[in-house]
Ligand binder design. Structure first.
Ligand code: A2P
Length: 288
């Protein structure tokens, strides 16, 4: 599925413009989060657009300090208010890490070890009609297994993760497919410090040249053909348009990208474990 834009790290004054350009280019999926601190500006851009609400898919994410069941609905309400809408298409748990409310990253061990109470609060939002789908982000396989071992009323619809040529996560993708869980790729071209290297890879450049498309289009098409949702983030109008114009890769080209991507040790960039002062790695350690 293409036609999506992430608004992560899009700065103030930039993000509203990016949303407008994206909607004009045909994007209909806006991926935001409470913690990006730009939901008001995204909301203003959505209000001023001539696209109907029901034709847009809006995602937001529950921040780590709001995992206590009683904090979930107020957190959603704040995002809804800022976005200027009365429902979300998708609400996801941003990280499998709970912090105590109002604290400076003080771990709530219980809710981190067991996200089911948080999940039940999300399920209640579906029943209230405030949220159409619920999901998770940055969950590894053991954490997904831990959550889904509970008697869930609604299964997670998506797991949004760092997914790109340098970190293709084939095992997680297979697990997701086997469990009808959709993966959403953030940093699909690599994170900002990797984009140049990724787009400059000889295998990617060669395919781009042969197909007369850009290296970014090769990679976005590869994601789509892997069966994932792609969230390319850009604040540059020409790139926003470029990233939307994707075509299917011929089978041999797709196989070449897949083989090249999975032939090197994975390089993950986004990992806040140390920055948050955790004594475990969010991605590698479970239980912590
Ligand atoms: P920009 O937003 O300045 O256009 P991340 O997803 O980790 O935030 O990083 C995405 C990075 O990829 C951003 O630096 C973005 O730059 C860049 N980018 C997005 N689309 C393209 C493209 N088609 N070609 C080159 N760089 C791109």
């Amino acid at each position: 599925m293409a036609g999506l834009t992430g608004v992560w790290q899009a700065g103030k004054g930039e993000v509203g413009q990016a949303v407008k350009v994206a909607l004009d280019a045909g994007y209909r999926h806006i991926d935001g989060a409470w913690i990006y601190r730009n939901e008001e500006e995204v909301g203003e851009a959505l209000q001023s657009a001539s696209v109907k609400r029901e034709d847009i898919w809006i995602t937001s994410k529950l921040w780590n300090t709001f995992h206590a069941p009683e904090d979930v609905e107020p957190a959603l309400d704040e995002s809804l208010k800022k976005l200027g809408t009365d429902y979300l298409d998708l609400y996801i748990i941003h990280w499998p890490v709970a912090f105590k409310k109002g604290s400076n990253n003080e771990l709530d061990e219980k809710l981190t070890a067991d996200p089911y109470p948080t999940w039940q609060a999300l399920e209640a939002l579906v029943d209230k009609g405030k949220v159409k789908n619920i999901g998770v982000s940055n969950f590894n396989i053991p954490r997904l297994e831990n959550l889904t071992a509970n008697p869930l009323k609604y299964q997670p619809a998506v797991n949004q993760v760092e997914l790109n040529f340098l970190n293709p996560q084939p095992e997680l993708l297979s697990w997701a497919k086997a469990h009808s869980l959709l993966l959403e790729a953030y940093s699909p071209l690599g994170s900002s410090k990797q984009v140049k290297e990724t787009l400059g890879r000889p295998e990617i450049k060669e395919i781009a040249k042969k197909l007369n498309i850009t290296p970014a289009q090769v990679l976005i098409s590869w994601h789509v053909q892997r069966g994932t949702v792609v969230l390319p983030k850009s604040v540059t109008p020409s790139r926003i348009k470029e990233n939307f114009e994707v075509t299917a890769l011929p089978e041999d080209a797709f196989a070449k990208v897949e083989a090249a991507a999975t032939s090197h040790p994975p390089q993950r960039v986004v990992n806040p474990s140390k920055g948050w002062g955790l004594d475990f790695d969010v991605f590698d350690d479970y239980p912590y």
